[in-house]
Structure formats: structure tokens, C-alpha cells
Design a protein around this ligand. Structure first.
Ligand SMILES: Cc1cc2nc3c(=O)[nH]c(=O)nc-3n(C[C@H](O)[C@H](O)[C@H](O)COP(=O)(O)OP(=O)(O)OC[C@H]3O[C@@H](n4cnc5c(N)ncnc54)[C@H](O)[C@@H]3O)c2cc1C
Length: 466
């Protein structure tokens, strides 16, 4: 348990028998021997399990372990829970800063959670859309259908012929050299594939980008806010906000010490759920360093990006019954997809998306510049006379130091095992969870949720020596 190795991992009964105060004083004395004065002044706290990150993965793990009678503390760097599940209600309707949809609600554990919190859901209709060319001309259904057929043919030929990995863009060029210069096909590859995966075609693995799994059913949104699910999971948990974890010391059979500011948290196990982008940036010092094979996996996997902008108007300057609008912008990924809030709310809001490589470009713009860029797309579709929006909200996930991107994707050169291997415990003490630790469901809220439950299961079934 302590850094000096005098205590082995006790069983659960011992653990429950320890009074927190007695355990704390004993551990503090043991673990502080020989450490520098600054650390000696640190406040030492203890728990069975420390969870780093109060996103869905961390909350799911903490909740399950708490239900199993473990003493759990969750450390969250920011001032709120939820991580990439964050709802802003200041526009009058829910603006989902992070995740927007429950993808595939049938059999999806999030559907049960949505029901548990009585969250109204709205089924978005993927067949209700208009697509516009870069000059604002609306595309016919026949043209869209033809491009979809071409895309399906392309996917089938990639599956059938690709022997070794290439980037998806390269694989497409090899099989159908003209596909990426056809504006409608390129738009679909961006608005569907780059949006879905978060990764640019130039960096996606042609072999593995679409091998993950999905639940069935048309996607739904939680009209009163996706963050209700995070709030529900967090109920009754010991969560310390504004606790930025800087270092984790761990040792087999000896537990771990987690350093956050002036505080040290000692525990038998640590579940680290910080996003892939944070792990790649190596802003948390692990001692000993993570195994080389694991670091190589972290470097192979990539964090994609998606930028959102919510534009609120005095009234709707677009057809109110159409669910989505697509724009074949000449620069791939630039404001090429819009969700029409009027289909499920009273607010005249268009929610625009930039994806792939363009997302980071958009996020480098000032607010006014990004708004003008997105408004140019809106006016291309609905006329130059569309006035300035009354209000705007926008996102910059790539610049958030505690996220560093939107969600993980299968980069060219990586493989499914790179995700799943991250979920295996290191030295029987340190575990990782989060959307990036499950290939089957990476990049999703349900993936994060299931990964948190899995980390809790590993501790209880495989590691705890009770
Ligand atoms: C723009 C966008 C759109 C998306 N759309 C969808 C969608 O429609 N449907 C869907 O299913 N998924 C979607 N996703 C993905 C989904 O949001 C994520 O997969 C999921 O929320 C990730 O949960 P997590 O617990 O793994 O990570 P996170 O939610 O990122 O939680 C990690 C937590 O760790 C904290 N942290 C980081 N560093 C430290 C540190 N040093 N110390 C302490 N705490 C730290 C962070 O602040 C954060 O709270 C979207 C994501 C984005 C960004």
C-alpha cells in the first residue's frame, strides 16, 4: 500500500475494518518518510480506488465500485463533471458542447440511463436532408443516390482488395482515382466518414476505420440535455473538482499514490480515464513510466476533431421540417453539415459541424472569424440576405488541455488491438478506461460507459485479493 512496501494489499474486510483516520495517519507516516519537505506538507488522503477524470467512463467505474462497497474518490481537473458530455442551456435549447446523440439506442446501456432520468428523447431522421453544391444549388435525390451507390461500391472494393494498410484517402485513390474530385462523393466521405470517425481521410486506416461495432436503431438526442446522464451517474460519489492530476506512482502489490496539487491520494488501484489526447501529450507523469509497448500504442492511435457552432436567429431562414442540411464546401470538412433545431425545439438554431483536418483550422480562428466562416456556409445555402445570428456558441475541443481533441480514431498504422490493450491493468494496480480503450465502441459515450464498467469488473473479479 505505501511507497515503502511495508504493507501488502489487504483484503476487503481489513479495508473495511480500518478506520479512515487510523489508516490515514499510519499511511501518511509510512509514505512520507524520506520525501522532500514540500511533499511532507501535502495532505494525504486514501481510498480503495482513485478514479482520474469525471467523464462518463470515470463516473461509471466509480459508481459501480461504490455499489460494490469500495471506497472511491474521483479526481476531476475541471470545475464540473461530465467531461465530453456537457450541455449549455443558455440559448434556450440544449446545445451539446460534446456528445449530441445516443448512437444506436436499441440495446444501448445509455437508453436505460436516459429512461432512468426520465429524459425525453427525439429520434433524428437521417433520411430528412437537403444537400447543396458549393454554389448553393440543391442536389437532386437521384444525384445523392448515385453518389451513395458509388461510395458503397468503393467500400466493398476496399474490403475485397486491400492486402495491407493504407490511409483511407490513398486506398480510395488507388481504387477510384476520380472519387475524391467528385464534390458529392467527397462531401459524403467527409460529412459521413470524417464526422463519424473524427479522423481525416488522409490519416484513417483503410483496413480498420469501419470495423468497430454499433448498436441498432435510429440515433436519438436528449432534448433536455445529455448531461442528465452524467449527473445521474455522479449521484452520491466523492468527487473532487479542480483536482488536476500531475503524477501517478504505482507498484505491483503496493498500491499507488496520485498527486494533484498539494494533495496526495493513496489507493490500492487507480483507474485513469483522461482522454487519449491527454495521455499522448504526457502531461501526467507515471512512475515507473508506462510500458514501452503501451506508449507505442498511445502514439499510434490518434485523436480526431469535430468543431460545432450553434447559430441562433430571430426566425428560421430555412425549411423548418428538414432535419439536416449538407453543403459540399470546396474545402473538405468545412461546415458541411447542419442540424436544424426547429425539428425538435422552438428555437431557431442551426448547429454546424466542421470535421477532419478543417476542424482544427476552424478552432484556430477567433470567435468572430469562425462565425463569419460558418455564416458564409449558411448564406450559400439559404441566401446572402440571411442576417447575422442573434447569438452564437462554439467549441474548441482541440485546444482544451484536458481533452486535446474530440474522440479517438483508428489511424493508418494502428490496429484494433491498440485500443483494447490499453484496458489491461499495468502492474495489477493501474488501469485505464475511457472511449479510447475499447475498439468496438471507441469514440462514443456508450463506449466510455462500458469501459468504465469493465475497469470496475477487472478490479473486483481479477485484482482484488479479498
Ligand atoms: C464534439 C464532440 C461530439 C461528440 N459526439 C458524440 C455523439 O454524438 N455520440 C457519442 O456517443 N459520442 C460523441 N462524442 C464522444 C463522447 O463524448 C466521448 O466518447 C465520451 O464522452 C468520452 O468519455 P470519457 O469518460 O472517455 O472521457 P471524458 O468525457 O473526456 O472524461 C475525461 C475526464 O478527465 C478529465 N481530466 C483530463 N485530464 C485530467 C487530469 N490531469 N486530472 C484530472 N482529470 C483530468 C477531463 O477534464 C474529463 O472530465 C463526441 C465528442 C465530442 C468532443
Amino acid at each position: 500500500m505505501t511507497r515503502n512496501g511495508r504493507l501488502s494489499v489487504p483484503n476487503r474486510r481489513d479495508m473495511l475494518k480500518w478506520g479512515t483516520g487510523a489508516a490515514l495517519s499510519g499511511l501518511a507516516a509510512g509514505s512520507l518518510a524520506g520525501v522532500p519537505p514540500a511533499k511532507a506538507r501535502a495532505q494525504v488522503r486514501e481510498a480503495d480506488v482513485i478514479v482520474i477524470g469525471a467523464g462518463v467512463a470515470g463516473l461509471a467505474a466509480a459508481r459501480r465500485l461504490t455499489e460494490l462497497d469500495y471506497d472511491v474518490i474521483v479526481l476531476e481537473a475541471t470545475h464540473k463533471i461530465g467531461g465530453r458530455l456537457r450541455t449549455d442551456r443558455s440559448l434556450g435549447a440544449s446545445f451539446e458542447v460534446g456528445a449530441g446523440w445516443i448512437h444506436g439506442p436499441d440495446g444501448n446501456p445509455l437508453s436505460d440511463l436516459a429512461r432512468a432520468v426520465n429524459s425525453p428523447t427525439f429520434v433524428t431522421d437521417d433520411d430528412s436532408f437537403d444537400v447543396f453544391a458549393a454554389d448553393g444549388t440543391r442536389q437532386s435525390r437521384a444525384a445523392v443516390f448515385t453518389a451513395e451507390q458509388r461510395l458503397q461500391g468503393l467500400a466493398a472494393r476496399i474490403d475485397a482488395t486491400l492486402a495491407s494498410d493504407l490511409s483511407l484517402a490513398e486506398a480510395i485513390r488507388t481504387i477510384d482515382p476520380a472519387a475524391l474530385s467528385d464534390p458529392l462523393t467527397r462531401w459524403m466521405l467527409s460529412a459521413y466518414t470524417e464526422f463519424d470517425t473524427g479522423g481525416p481521410l488522409e490519416r484513417l486506416s483503410a483496413l480498420h476505420f469501419d470495423e468497430d461495432e454499433a448498436f441498432d436503431g435510429a440515433d436519438v438526442i436528449l432534448t433536455q440535455g445529455y448531461d442528465a446522464i452524467a449527473a445521474h451517474l455522479a449521484q452520491g460519489l466523492d468527487i473532487r473538482l479542480n483536482a488536476v492530476v500531475e503524477a501517478v506512482d504505482y507498484e505491483a502489490g503496493d498500491g499507488a499514490a496520485v498527486h494533484a496539487g498539494d494533495a496526495i491520494y493513496e489507493s490500492h488501484f487507480v483507474i485513469c480515464t483522461v482522454p487519449l489526447g491527454v495521455l499522448k501529450a504526457e502531461t501526467i507523469a507515471f512512475d515507473p513510466p508506462l510500458p514501452q509497448a503501451m506508449r507505442a500504442r498511445l502514439q499510434r492511435l490518434q485523436m480526431g476533431n469535430v468543431t460545432k457552432i450553434a447559430l441562433k436567429f430571430d426566425h428560421a431562414h430555412w425549411p423548418v421540417d428538414t432535419q439536416y442540411f449538407g453543403l459540399m464546401t470546396s474545402e473538405k470538412g468545412r461546415w458541411n453539415y447542419f442540424l436544424n433545431y426547429r425539428t425538435f425545439s422552438e428555437e431557431n438554431i442551426l448547429l454546424g459541424f466542421s470535421v477532419g483536418a478543417y476542424a482544427a483550422k476552424a478552432e484556430a480562428m477567433h470567435d468572430a472569424e469562425m462565425t463569419a466562416d460558418a455564416m458564409d456556409a449558411v448564406r450559400t445555402m439559404f441566401g446572402r440576405e440571411v442576417p447575422e445570428p442573434e447569438d452564437v456558441r462554439l467549441t474548441r475541443w482541440s485546444q482544451d488541455p484536458f481533452t486535446r481533441g474530440a474522440y479517438s480514431f483508428t489511424a493508418f498504422g494502428s490496429e484494433p488491438q491498440d485500443f483494447d490493450a490499453l484496458a489491461r491493468p499495468v502492474e495489477k494496480t493501474l488501469l485505464f478506461a475511457g472511449e479510447h480503450t475499447t475498439f468496438r465502441h471507441h469514440g462514443t459515450v456508450h463506449g466510455a460507459y462500458l469501459s468504465g464498467l469493465e475497469a470496475a469488473r477487472i478490479i473486483d473479479d481479477e485484482l482484488w485479493e479479498g
